[in-house]
Write a protein of this length. Structure first.
Length: 94
């Protein structure tokens, strides 16, 4: 049996999905590429959208979050990533 060692991105994805499941947030899509978490899906409120993004941001190893979760009143999903390098609103086009 060939067991593949998961990459750091795969470990981050699994960690975030596990936390979301514990909190009851299922049905969301999570992808990670080079430490950048990409969130997608639908939630019923902006507060839940923010909770999910904060959970991802607080996960050790995450470099940034692209939040494309739809919620009532949410901004149109764009192609920016909020990086966490000490600057509050640092955005880099994808």
């Amino acid at each position: 049996m060939d067991r593949t060692i998961p990459t750091e991105d795969e470990r981050l994805r699994e960690r975030i999905l596990a936390e979301l499941t514990v909190l009851g947030f299922t049905g969301l899509r999570v992808g990670v590429h080079h430490g950048i978490v990409h969130l997608a899906g639908e939630v019923p409120s902006m507060s839940i959208r923010q909770i999910v993004a904060n959970l991802a941001r607080q996960t050790p190893g995450v470099r940034g979050v692209a939040n494309r979760i739809n919620a009532p009143g949410a901004p149109h999903p764009d192609r920016t990533i909020n990086l966490m390098n000490g600057e509050e609103n640092d955005q880099v086009p994808q």
